[in-house]
Design a binder for this molecule. Structure first.
Ligand code: HEC
Length: 177
């Protein structure tokens, strides 16, 4: 190689290595659902979480949904946040209408015993909403929804570890002999 080109070759190689190192540090963006952009659930919700989905957002931006779907969203919010956070279904992985039909059948029974029966028209509105919303958000923006799921699962695991640690710190119950 021409001796005058050597420093240039060297500089190019060094630059390439630096670029490579930087490349490795660029965080992978997963769109609006990037981990740090997902708001933390309030503490009571973190403590009481039974499903990873409990730790996610508890509302849906329906501003771009058709009027009928926005109306159904109102029913969904009213009916499905009675016993647990709406987050549980907002972030649930299910997209299949028959799954929700099956689920809502048992939910109706539960609500009945709870003394607040779920009406047929409300159930239909909720199902129609869940169906439409799944197509828009869970299927239509699948990559983003998947990134959300992965992050919530990670947080749920951490929350469980934290709870386990708290339990282990508690004094053992006194056992009389
Ligand atoms: C009467 C109280 C009650 C109402 C009303 C209620 N839920 Fe639930 N839901 C529960 C309980 C309790 C659980 C946890 C135990 C279980 O899954 O059996 C649960 C669990 C869930 C789960 C997690 C199930 C799983 O296995 O992944 C989803 C999703 C859910 N509810 C969605 C809804 C939706 C959607 C509505 C509105 C139609 C609703 N819930 C209304 C009591 C209720």
């Amino acid at each position: 190689m021409n001796a005058r080109l050597l420093p240039i070759a060297f500089a190019l190689a060094a630059g390439g290595c630096a670029a490579w190192r930087l490349w490795g540090e660029i965080p992978v963006s997963t769109g609006p659902a990037a981990a740090e952009e997902i708001p933390q659930a309030p503490e009571e919700r973190r403590k009481a979480a039974l499903f990873y989905s409990d730790l996610g957002p508890d509302e849906i931006d329906v501003s771009s949904y058709p009027a009928e779907k926005r109306r159904e969203y109102g029913v969904y919010v009213r009916v499905c946040s009675r016993c647990h956070s709406l987050a549980r279904s907002v972030n649930a992985p299910y997209v299949d209408r028959s799954w929700w039909e099956f689920y809502l059948a048992s939910m109706r029974m539960r609500a009945h015993f709870h003394g607040e029966p779920l009406g047929k028209t409300d159930v239909k509105a909720v199902l129609d909403f869940l169906d439409y919303d799944a197509s828009r958000r869970k299927i239509g923006r699948a990559a983003e929804f998947k990134a959300l799921k992965i992050e919530l699962e990670r947080r749920f695991e951490a929350a469980l570890d934290e709870r386990m640690e708290q339990l282990q710190k508690r004094p053992l119950p006194h056992r009389p002999r």
